[in-house]
Design a protein around this ligand. Structure first.
Ligand SMILES: [Mn+2]
Length: 317
């Protein structure tokens, strides 16, 4: 399939690139690296995202050129849909984007539904960034500092800083090559993880008060209510990473973050240690993800939502 994608890149001139809503480092780094690659090859590429770029990713080379208003889609020869397991993940424009002549999906989610013919899906890859790295290598394309910085960011963030189970030998080898091409690990980490606004830490302090344990103390959870954001001045993106906090507790194998997204409606982010498959739990409620990281939405008051979720985990009470 990589051959088909290379032929398509060589054969066409104008490319549309997008990724999922609720942007993360993998989505952004993959988009910007691919866009830069296409530009280096003399092609035209536009990166479109429905959502704004989170503040801590503004440093990524090319981030300022991302558009958030849909350009005329009939101009494009092909569209790259990155880090998406379903076309719908790109947001409200999914149906329109789906009409672009040629769709290419590059992704690593286990729940990928194979929505288009030309696709590069490897559920063993750490990140879409690692797959873009393979594509670049197969193309024999030059990896400049801009590409290296974006791909290193994609891999770094999707592996939780090279800590998760998806961190393989190839992952680290790719990261090594990228550092050799100018990606600066310290500068990149500082930008992503150590430039938070004060409101984010105030939100964290407040949300930590909601820490609770269930299922025989094997599940640790936090709850973010809308008023927590309002009263601290934090933004929705400031809840990123909160889900990882309970998982760091000894004896906790699953962490859950309940985020109030509407009247009697919660988004639940799940993280697990080891073999516990949270994608299966999320799927019970129509969600999805990976073995160790998944998400879903459930309606009801917080007590009901918690009860439904914990019942689906089938862990001893
Ligand atoms: Mn990813």
């Amino acid at each position: 399939m990589i051959k088909e994608i290379i032929d398509l890149i060589n054969g066409y001139g104008k490319f549309f690139i997008t990724a999922h809503v609720k942007l993360d480092g993998d989505a952004l780094g993959s988009e910007l690296a691919l866009s830069r690659l296409l530009g280096n090859l003399g092609k035209e590429a536009v990166v479109y995202n429905q959502d704004p770029t989170p503040r801590n990713y503004h440093f990524l080379p090319g981030a300022g050129d991302i558009v958030h208003v849909l350009p005329p889609l009939e101009d494009f020869d092909a569209a790259f849909i990155l880090d998406c397991s379903e076309l719908e993940r790109v947001g409200d424009a999914a149906a329109a984007i789906g009409k672009i002549r040629q769709l290419v999906n590059i992704d690593h989610h286990v729940s990928n539904d194979g929505f288009c013919e030309i696709r590069l899906v490897d559920t063993t890859a750490s990140s879409t960034g690692e797959m873009i790295f393979r594509l670049l290598t197969a193309l024999g394309a030059d990896i400049d500092r801009e590409i290296a910085t974006n791909l290193y960011t994609a891999i770094l963030t999707d592996t939780g800083g090279f800590r998760y189970g998806n961190t393989g030998r190839e992952t680290l080898a790719a990261a090594g090559v990228l550092v050799g091409r100018g990606a600066d690990p310290q500068w990149i980490s500082e930008n992503i993880y150590e430039k938070f606004p004060r409101a984010r830490i105030m939100l964290m302090a407040r949300v930590m008060q909601s820490l609770s344990f269930d299922c025989g103390d094997r599940v640790g959870s936090l709850t973010v209510l809308r008023r927590d954001l309002e009263e601290t001045g934090a933004l929705p993106e400031d809840t990123d990473g909160l889900v990882d906090l309970p998982r760091a507790i000894d004896g906790v194998s699953v962490s859950a973050l309940f985020t109030e997204i509407g009247e009697q409606r919660f988004k639940i982010s799940l993280r697990s240690k080891g073999a516990m498959d949270v994608a299966r739990v999320a799927a019970v409620f129509g969600g999805g993800g990976h073995v160790n990281a998944a998400a879903c939405r459930i309606s009801g008051d917080i007590a009901t939502v918690k009860r439904l979720l914990f019942a689906a985990m089938e862990l001893p009470e």
